[in-house]
Structures are given as structure tokens and as C-alpha cells.
Write a protein that binds this ligand. Structure first.
Ligand SMILES: Cc1cc2nc3c(=O)[nH]c(=O)nc-3n(C[C@H](O)[C@H](O)[C@H](O)COP(=O)(O)OP(=O)(O)OC[C@H]3O[C@@H](n4cnc5c(N)ncnc54)[C@H](O)[C@@H]3O)c2cc1C
Length: 584
């Protein structure tokens, strides 16, 4: 491996929705910005295949407050209103910017955006990611490193000084020093056994390459995290795992069981209740469950076929190969659980400025907690908020340095903190390089089993454990304390076997790090599930030992922090209703 040291003012880890927008927003501040992306920002992350709607928009007659109330109700109160307000007030502004950049937003004959329900607008979004990437390419002061996987932060005294990564295509190790860092690596998929096995296992709803890297790096360095127990389970079209919102909101399709009975009225229509009702109907023998599309008009059918081409082409192909939606209802199922701060509230515990509890580290998008129902526009808004805060922080450091240089010339640049750009030591670099080289070295291991270990094998083992003991599809998303204890023990056992893995190249080394990230996130998920002694969100956190909601003890945020190798749970009081600002 070549070793390259880079220095920048602002490092953005993950060039997805929030990361790209953060770079664009910070680009006019006159500081050096580096975006590091494990894939290629043209087609990476959640927007890689395109989306067909902006799910969060303040439509005519509605207000940001309405949106906050909606998200709060859906999460049964466990949200941060300050975060939700700050994104809701920006939804329309970032949408207008996207349109300016070239995104096609559907309009009616009066030139108004075509809405879908109360909060969505329809777009032709197949090319939404290339549009964002083109804007990043044009932004001044922004450099992009594609195909570089970041696997660790450099943190000293709870202050971030940069990150470590490796280039998958150029055999290069990167030690990147930065004065501020925005983590925007998205959520975590692949923790649980997915709907489809074997060859098709990556046919999942959430991008399989968002492995929870940002969460894992933060957890290991002691960042406070929130609400990992509020897992997100998507209600999806069976087999294709295509979204169902377009059916429910686009053509008003109701959830029906195999007897043709509408069951959503029985269980409720919050995001988790829609999944729960489907699981319950199946368990009680009234499955399979469907979205009732039979009888829709030819125009509606055509609009569905086109809409799915924009975001989940396999569903359109399936319709063309089999019965179209006007002739057969669409079968639905829940996916495996994901950890996604843009849909539920899991992620970094941030203040209103999106500062994490590690100094100089900001979080935006699915990696940041507290603000569910964020979606594309929320991720963009958070990218912008985090960028402004990070720029302010970097400029504050510069001012501080200037004051130090003016008032303490005798101490010069060797004074601690005098030059915040020389913080990653040679030892730290050597340690990280050695770790990678160990994975690239000849296979070790004392036993036959250790010598034959593979990432795929351990990944499957991890997913099987989470599925059976931490509320996966197998148990109808339900779990008990005893099961969670088994899950933790088994995940820890798998962790000890990761050291035996070997890789032929850096691509395979990345697979090892992805597995390590997932295992770290699994342990936090287990700890959070065990800590919330109630069932507030059916299916998302279905605790068999505590099947009822407990507003007395658990109208609280369940937060956590790694201290001396142990996950410490912190129960925090909810912020006040209508509160617009929160500081750590
Ligand atoms: C299939 C799907 C459909 C959706 N449909 C809609 C919709 O119709 N409307 C809507 O409003 N919202 C939709 N959403 C939600 C929305 O797209 C997301 O909430 C939002 O895009 C998340 O943005 P993000 O920046 O947090 O994550 P992403 O855009 O996923 O960005 C994360 C980036 O980090 C990179 N990365 C990860 N790990 C590393 C690492 N270790 N080193 C370097 N880079 C790394 C990834 O490659 C990726 O580019 C959908 C989501 C999905 C998954």
C-alpha cells in the first residue's frame, strides 16, 4: 500500500444525499472541503437507483409545524422537535434548489407541483444523484475522493482530528487530517437475515453498502447515540422489496388480508402499525396480505408502471411478466429491520446544529438521530445545517489560532493546539496500516475452522443470530430479554472470529471492515432493545417481556455511550414541546 497524508479544513465522509449537499453548502465559505466516498458519488447510497417522490415537502395550506406533529405522532412522541422544525422549515427551499439544479418536478396545468398525499411531491427522480454529483463537481473548493472506504476516525481527548481510509482501486492508505468532519454515511442494512436468501440477499430495501460505518466509528470513540431500538422495518412488495407508499398514497390502495378484509383500520396506519397489522394477520392465519389495487383505472395503472420504473424497475417488470396491478392485488411483506435515522429516530445524538458529542464532528442524514421521516429533503436540509455549523467551527478555530499566534509568539507552533492541522501521529498511521496488512497477510489461525473462515460465513452467522434472537423476520420481529442475552453472547463470539479473516485485496479488506461495523452496530441495537422496557412501536420494538406502552417510565430517549468497553445506557427526558434549540 502507498501511504498518503491529506490535510483539509472540512472532511465530509460519505458523498450521498446529505454529504453532497453539505459540500455544496460549505463550498462558498472559502475553506478546503474533501468529500470521501466508498463508491462513486454519481450513483451511491439511497439515491443510487433514483426516487420518484420527495416524501417531505410543505404543501399548500400546510406548515412546518404540521410536519413536526405528523412525525411526532408517527414515532409516538419520541422525537426531537428542534431537529424536526429545523429541517421542516427548509424542505421547500432545498426542493427549489434541486429543481434549479435540474431535477424534474411534476407540475399541474397551473404550474403547481403535483402532490401525492399531504406531504409528498412527485418527481422524475431517476437522475437525482447524478444531478447532485454534478453540482458537487462545479462547487468551488471541493475535492472528491471516490472509491475510498473510511474505517476509523482519529479522535484525541474527545476532539476529532480526521479519519483513516483506503482506496479500493489504487491500493492507497489515507490518513486525512481535518479541522472539522461531517459524517454522512447513511444508516445500517444487513444486520438481520434479509427477505431473500443466497444470491439475492442484497436485494434489500436499504442500500447493502450502507453498513453503519458512521455509527460504528462514533460508537467506538464514545459518541452518544440515540434510539437504536426504534428499528425501521419497511412494508414492501413481496420479493421485489419495492416501496409501497406509491400504491397506498398514489392510488389509495388499502391493506387487505386473504379474505379481502381491510385490516389497516384495525391496527392503525402509523408506519410501524402498518407492518404490525400485516405480521399479525399472517400469524392469525389470514395471510397473505395485499395492497388492494384490483379495479384501478387504466390511467392509474400506467402511472404506477412508470413510477416504479423510476425507483424499483423490478416491480414494473414483474407486473409486465405476470398480472398488472389492476388485475391482481400486490402482495406485501415486512423487510428485515434496518437502523435508519432518516425514517426512524436512530443515530448520533446531535444538538440543533448537528454537532455530535465528539468535538468537531457533525452528523447529517440517516446517520443522525432524533428526527424521523427526514427522507431526501430532510437529509439535504441536515447536510446544509451541519455544513454551516462545521464552517462556523472551522472559522472559530482559525480565529483562535490567530489570537494564540498574536498573543503567545514565544510558544510558536509547537504549543499544544497551536497548529490544529498536525494531529495524526506516525504511530497512529502505522497502527492502522498494520491492522490492514494483517488482513492481507498469509492466512493464520490455529484451527482448521479459523483457517477456513470467510466474511460471508460470519455475516450469515451474524444475521442468523439477529434474526432468531434479536427480533428478526423469523420471530415476527418479537424478542425477549433472554433472547437478547443469547444474541449478545453469540455476536460477541462472532466478533472474536473476525481476526482470523484474510483478504486477497483491499476490496476484500473492505468487506471485513463492513462486517466489523455491522457487529458493532448489532451490539448497540441489542443493548437498546433490552433497555426500553415497553412496547411503544409495534414490530419496530416488540418486547415480549413488556408488551404494553409505559408512558410513566419510557416517554424518554434511550441513549447510549461506550465507556470502558461497556455500552452504558442513558435515559434522557424528552425536550420540551415546541423547543427550538437544544445544546449538549
Ligand atoms: C430504496 C429507497 C427509496 C427511497 N425513496 C425515497 C423517496 O421516494 N422519497 C424520499 O424523500 N426519500 C426516499 N428514501 C429515503 C432517502 O433516500 C434517504 O433518507 C436519504 O437519501 C438518506 O441520505 P443520506 O445522505 O443519509 O444517505 P445516503 O444518500 O445513502 O448516503 C450515504 C453515503 O455514504 C457512503 N458511505 C457509506 N459508508 C461509507 C464509508 N465507510 N466510507 C465512505 N463512504 C461511505 C455511501 O456509499 C453513500 O454514498 C428512500 C430510501 C431508499 C433506501
Amino acid at each position: 500500500m502507498k501511504i498518503e497524508r491529506i490535510k483539509t479544513d472540512l472532511l465530509v465522509i460519505g458523498g450521498g444525499t446529505a454529504g453532497c449537499y453539505a459540500a455544496i453548502a460549505a463550498s462558498k465559505a472559502g475553506i478546503k472541503i474533501l468529500v470521501v466516498e466508498k463508491a462513486n458519488i454519481k450513483r451511491s447510497g439511497c439515491l443510487a437507483a433514483g426516487v420518484n417522490a420527495l416524501n417531505a415537502y410543505i404543501t399548500e395550506g400546510r406548515t412546518p409545524r404540521d410536519y413536526v406533529e405528523y412525525a411526532k405522532k408517527d414515532a409516538d412522541g419520541i422525537v426531537r422537535e428542534d431537529l424536526l422544525y429545523s429541517i421542516s422549515e427548509k424542505f421547500n427551499e432545498v426542493t427549489a434548489h434541486l429543481e434549479n439544479l435540474g431535477l424534474v418536478i411534476l407540475k399541474d396545468k397551473d404550474g403547481k407541483y403535483v402532490t401525492r398525499g399531504n406531504r409528498n411531491i412527485k418527481i422524475n427522480g431517476e437522475n437525482i444523484k447524478p444531478i447532485l454529483a454534478a453540482a458537487v463537481a462545479k462547487a468551488p473548493n471541493v475535492q472528491v475522493l471516490n472509491h475510498v472506504n473510511i474505517f476509523d476516525f482519529s479522535v484525541h481527548d474527545n476532539k476529532i482530528d480526521g479519519a483513516f481510509g483506503f482506496g479500493i482501486e489504487n491500493d492507497t492508505f489515507y490518513a486525512i487530517e481535518a479541522r472539522a468532519v461531517i459524517v454522512a454515511t447513511g444508516g445500517a442494512s444487513g444486520l438481520y437475515r434479509p427477505n431473500n436468501p443466497g444470491f439475492s440477499r442484497h436485494k434489500m430495501w436499504y442500500p447493502p453498502f450502507n453498513t453503519g460505518a458512521g455509527y460504528a466509528m462514533g460508537i467506538r470513540h464514545g459518541a452518544e447515540m440515540t434510539t437504536f431500538e426504534m428499528r425501521f422495518i419497511a412494508l414492501r412488495c413481496k420479493d421485489t422489496i419495492a416501496p409501497t407508499g406509491t400504491l397506498a398514497q398514489g392510488v389509495g390502495a388499502k391493506q387487505v388480508n386473504s379474505l379481502g378484509e381491510v385490516y389497516e383500520t384495525k391496527y392503525g396506519i402509523s408506519t410501524s402499525e402498518r407492518v404490525y397489522g400485516t405480521v399479525a394477520e399472517n400469524l392469525e392465519g389470514r395471510g397473505p396480505c395485499y395492497l388492494r389495487t384490483v379495479g384501478i383505472t387504466p390511467e392509474q395503472e400506467e402511472s404506477l408502471l412508470k413510477a416504479y420504473l423510476n425507483m424499483a424497475p423490478s416491480q414494473t417488470i414483474r407486473w409486465i411478466e405476470n398480472d398488472t396491478p389492476s388485475k391482481a392485488n400486490v402482495e406485501i411483506e415486512g423487510t428485515e429491520p434496518y437502523i435508519v435515522g432518516g425514517h426512524t429516530a436512530s443515530g448520533y445524538w446531535v444538538d440543533t446544529k448537528r454537532a455530535t458529542t465528539i468535538e468537531g464532528l457533525y452528523a447529517a442524514g440517516d446517520v443522525a438521530g432524533g428526527a424521523p421521516q427526514k427522507y431526501v429533503t430532510g437529509a439535504l436540509a441536515e447536510g446544509e445545517i451541519a455544513a454551516k455549523s462545521a464552517v462556523e467551527y472551522v472559522k472559530g478555530l482559525s480565529a483562535l489560532r490567530l489570537i494564540r499566534q498574536t498573543h503567545q509568539p514565544a510558544q510558536g507552533s509547537s504549543a499544544p493546539g497551536a497548529n490544529p492541522l498536525e494531529k495524526i501521529s506516525e504511530e497512529e498511521v502505522a497502527e492502522h496500516v498494520a491492522e490492514i496488512e494483517k488482513f492481507l497477510s498469509k492466512r493464520g489461525g490455529n484451527t482448521e475452522e479459523a483457517r477456513n473462515e470467510s466474511v460471508e460465513h460470519l455475516e450469515e452467522a451474524m444475521q442468523a443470530v439477529m434474526d432468531a434472537y434479536a427480533g428478526g423476520i423469523k420471530t415476527g420481529y418479537r424478542y425477549s430479554e433472554n433472547q437478547l442475552a443469547v444474541a449478545l453472547k453469540e455476536i460477541e463470539k462472532i466478533e472474536t472470529r473476525v481476526g482470523d479473516l484474510r483478504a486477497a485485496d483491499l476490496q476484500e479488506v473492505m468487506f471485513i471492515y463492513e462486517l466489523k461495523e455491522r457487529l458493532t452496530v448489532c451490539k448497540s441495537v441489542i443493548a437498546h432493545l433490552a433497555a426500553r422496557h415497553e412496547t411503544r412501536w409495534h414490530s419496530f420494538a416488540e418486547n415480549l417481556d413488556y408488551p404494553e406502552k409505559d408512558n410513566v417510565n419510557f416517554r424518554k430517549y434511550v441513549n447510549s455511550r461506550l465507556e470502558n468497553g461497556e455500552i452504558k445506557i442513558i435515559l434522557r427526558e424528552l425536550t420540551a414541546e415546541g423547543q427550538r434549540n437544544y445544546e449538549h
